[in-house]
Design a protein around this ligand. Structure first.
Ligand code: FAD
Length: 450
């Protein structure tokens, strides 16, 4: 076995790296980071598509311009990461029906207001504990039925929850969102973070405290420490473990615990919904979509909820790139992940021809990320039920013996976001440092008594 480490951090996404950095800054030199994949970044990931870098995972720095400053925005600003302001709000005025007509703005605005009102009404029902009242309503005005209502319902619930309920990201950090449009990718931020405490050379991390392709399969824990076993048969020992695997991974059987996790823990893990969010990128020989002000986002209204509903052109981020992005979620994401990219391309082209006419060119390339089928992710992000009791997130976050949990899903205020992962990592490492100090005090006492 390798020498014992003070702390093993499982996962090198934003939360794991943030945690490791705080530990290193507090003098914990003998830490070890075990990452299952062959890269750092986790759900922050760029890929070359056409001539540009596109973000398969997190794309926006959300929550900017408010009363508190978003730490991720501060880091990005310091690094000079190139970003573009995004205004989703006018998407509602670019809603196409299946014959390619844009719904008049009055109708769109009315439908939008109705949907927001009914969502707020439903939420109030849930808040006042009239869950039955809210879900068993016979008031059909609350149930979206027409394609435009379904499209707006999708946007409100799968994208713009902030219009319905207060979300700390927007209330505290601000309502503005910036798309990362930098060739170095959102992940550059993580590389620079790693550079501050790991040995790097010419853009590569060469420090042997970061081990890639190490899939943790078992955590055996006791009062004295934790033994970590990886898929390739390696064994690592540590005083403490910080586990940053996603909520989707925790719900899967990738990692087993000996002794098993207590029931309060497994029950809490099961209670958190996972959101699958898929950005499909399509490259065209030329652009055929409108590009003026207020046209960046557009919506396709279909009788199936979430069917290729939410579109974005990349001309603001990368002029001349001729790329469109369509976002699917949950069941539609899973459906598309399980079919071939050619089939997805065909479906998307039918939708685009509905909106823009039959003479538009075929896409020349398609990129379909598969977050759900990635066994190191099994989701895009956590999605706590609208009215979820704080106990659930506290239990998900709570340590079990010497195993500490971190990741965006453990952030009470900012779950689901990059800054949530970042702040969670900092919080968890501080909790571990506190435990280590307690251990030290206890050891000192024992030594004095001897
Ligand atoms: P991760 O990044 O998942 O890191 C965990 C790491 O653990 C991974 O690298 C994984 O490989 C590793 N791991 C898992 N299991 C094991 C194992 N058994 N052994 C070893 N290693 C393991 N956030 C925003 O703020 N703005 C956005 O616009 C935004 N859009 C998003 C769009 C998509 C498509 C997705 C997927 C996410 C988006 N998010 C967005 C959310 C954001 O990306 C995440 O909240 C954040 O990156 C999560 O960081 P993390 O450290 O908690 O988890």
């Amino acid at each position: 076995p390798s020498p014992r480490s003070s702390v093993i951090i499982i996962g090198a996404g934003v939360s794991g790296l943030s945690a490791a950095k705080v530990l290193a800054e507090n003098g914990i030199g003998d830490l070890l980071i075990l990452e299952a994949s062959d890269r750092i970044g986790g759900r922050i990931r760029k890929e070359k598509f056409g001539d540009v870098s596109v973000e398969l995972g997190a794309g926006w720095i959300a929550g900017v311009g408010g009363k508190e400053s978003n730490p991720v925005w501060e880091i990005a600003a310091k690094l000079g990461l190139r970003t573009c302001f995004s205004d989703y709000s006018n998407a509602r005025y670019n809603i196409y029906d299946r014959s390619g007509k844009i719904f008049p703005s009055g109708i769109a605005a009315d439908s939008y207001k109705k949907a927001v009102d009914s969502a707020i009404q439903k939420l109030k029902g849930l808040e006042s504990n009239c869950v039955e009242d809210a879900t068993n309503r016979t008031d059909f005005t609350l149930t979206p039925k027409t394609p435009i209502e379904l499209a707006i319902d999708f946007i409100l619930h799968d994208f713009e929850m902030a219009e319905v309920e207060p979300i700390s990201t927007y209330v505290d950090f601000g309502e503005r969102e910036f798309l990362v449009a930098d060739e170095r990718g959102y992940e550059y931020l993580l590389y620079k973070m790693a550079e501050e405490f790991l040995f790097t050379s010419e853009g590569k991390i060469l420090d042997n405290r970061l081990k890639l392709n190490k899939v943790v399969r078992e955590l055996q824990h006791s009062r004295n420490g934790v033994t970590v076993r990886t898929e390739d048969g390696c064994v690592y020992e540590a005083d403490y473990v910080i586990l940053s695997a996603s909520i989707g991974v925790l719900q899967s059987d990738l990692i087993s615990f000996r002794p098993p996790l207590p029931r309060w823990k497994t029950e809490a893990i099961e209670k958190c919904d996972v959101m699958v969010y898929t950005k499909i990128f399509l490259k065209f020989p030329y652009k055929f979509w409108p590009c003026g002000p207020g046209k960046e986002f557009f919506i396709y209204a279909h009788e199936r909820r979430g069917y290729y509903t939410f579109w974005q052109h990349m001309e603001n981020a990368y002029p001349g790139s001729n790329i469109l992005v369509v976002t699917l979620t949950n069941d539609e994401s899973k459906r598309v992940e399980s079919q071939s990219d050619e089939e997805t391309l065909k479906e998307a082209m039918v939708v685009l021809r509905d909106m823009f006419g039959s003479d538009i060119p075929d896409a020349t390339d398609i990129l379909v990320p598969r977050w759900w089928n990635n066994r190191f992710q099994r989701c895009s992000y956590s999605n706590y039920p609208m009215i979820s009791n704080n106990q659930v997130i506290n239990d998900i976050k709570a340590p079990v013996g010497r195993i500490f949990f971190t990741g965006e899903h453990t952030s009470e205020r900012f779950n689901g976001y990059v800054h949530g992962g970042h702040l969670a990592g900092i919080d968890t490492s501080k909790a571990v440092l506190e435990e280590m100090r307690k251990d030290e005090r206890q050891n000192d006492k024992q030594n004095q008594n001897l």
